[in-house]
Design a protein around this ligand. Structure first.
Ligand code: ZN
Length: 250
């Protein structure tokens, strides 16, 4: 009995001691923060200010650096008919289709772009495996510019930069990874287009290799309308026309 009383007394003593310690610690920390000018109010203000900056940021289109005026003359030398406005429209259309394919998780929505279909299909497969869901809403394109022009080994490449905004969310069942549902995300993309001006000069055509959407067999898209293995129809890469060949956010 006596032993129990001593034990209980000791435990009570320890609890009271810890409580006092916590209280002293709290007041000490508070006075320290106060001396630094930090109060609960100022922390709230800080949070509000950072929210405001984020919001303000979301209404400002990202700037894109272009070389349009420098690049156009050399492109026109090789392609007198070249129309940059048409290219910008193709950039917008291509990205919109890619966003729809990603949102619907359906790579057939980009089947007319044989060179990006594989990479889009791969992202969709990963999303399906891990339960990710993407949503793009109220997409609006701001600006376009020609970023680069190259010509080698039978292939001419034009790179277009664009700034774009949209409501966006990426989530799975347990977590939201990116959330732009209250204000828009401002993004920038670079989209490449290729034009095969001399197919005989195209080397091993690595950049033009795709996989059959049905059986996965490698296909060289130049002049192949059907998969050699399973006979599935494949959208070939047009010769003498600009084809969307890749895209990336930057
Ligand atoms: Zn096949």
């Amino acid at each position: 009995m006596k032993f129990l009383a001593i034990l209980l007394g000791t435990i009570l003593g320890i609890i009271v001691f810890l409580a006092l310690l916590a209280l002293v610690g709290y007041f000490y920390l508070r006075s320290k923060l106060k001396s630094l000018g930090i109060t609960a109010n100022s922390l709230r203000d800080l949070k509000r200010e950072s929210d405001r900056i984020r919001q303000q940021d979301s209404t400002r289109a990202k700037s894109i650096s272009g070389m349009t005026s420098l690049m156009l003359p050399s492109i026109r030398e090789d392609f007198p008919e070249f129309n940059e406005q048409e290219m910008y429209a193709m950039t917008e259309e291509g990205l919109r289709k890619i966003f729809s394919a990603l949102e619907a998780q359906d790579s057939t929505l980009v089947k007319e772009y044989p060179l990006v279909r594989d990479s889009v299909a791969k992202i969709i497969e990963d999303y399906k495996d891990s339960g990710w869901q993407e949503k793009y809403d109220d997409i609006h394109f701001h600006k376009f510019a020609i970023y680069q022009y190259q010509k080698k080994e039978g292939i001419a490449t034009v790179t277009i930069s664009t700034s774009v905004e949209y409501y966006y969310q990426k989530k799975n069942q347990t977590k939201v990874q990116e959330d732009y549902t209250n204000y828009k995300k401002q993004a920038r993309y670079q989209v490449k287009f290729i034009y095969i001006y001399d197919e005989k000069k195209v080397g091993d055509a690595k950049s033009l290799a795709i996989n059959c959407p049905n059986c996965g067999a490698p296909i060289t898209v130049l002049g192949h309308k059907y998969c050699d293995y399973c006979g599935t129809a494949v959208k070939e890469v047009n010769l003498k026309a600009w084809e969307l060949s890749s895209y990336q956010e930057f």
